[in-house]
Design a protein around this ligand. Sequence first.
Ligand code: GDP
Length: 139
Amino acid sequence: MAIERTLSILKPDAVKNNITGKINSYIESSGLKIIAQKMMLLTKKQAELFYEIHKDRSFFGELVEFMTSGPVIVQVLVGKNAVSKYRQIMGATDPKQAEKGTIRGDFADDISENRVHGSDSLENARKEIDFFFAEHELV
Ligand code: GDP
């Protein structure tokens, strides 16, 4: 099993609803470690760039507006198979399809406000971590 890093975002709805501690407890209980964490307010430009892959989707405008609607917490998680493990504990993109016991299954109701982001591949994890963090910030 490979030790990997992945990028996590606790989205504005998680911060607004005061559940970032609860979400971090799901992360920590899974064995993943948080090696970097910061709260920030994304600019429109940052959100557009981060979600560039979805720029032609009908929900892109709504997604950018949501991601800039309040502070987020960006994190780097490390552990065995961190990319797929975090995707597992996040649950399905659409909370209605997410299993109980997952973050989205337990805390979210709607696909447009699904509490968390997690990188979907090792390659994207590297790019996404670089997008938010300098190497020296990963402790
Ligand atoms: P993820 O990797 O599980 O976050 O899912 P995707 O990469 O497919 O989508 C990125 C994000 O876009 C999701 O987490 C949702 O916040 C948002 N999203 C996806 N599909 C929809 C949709 O149909 N409507 C809205 N409003 N947002 C969506």
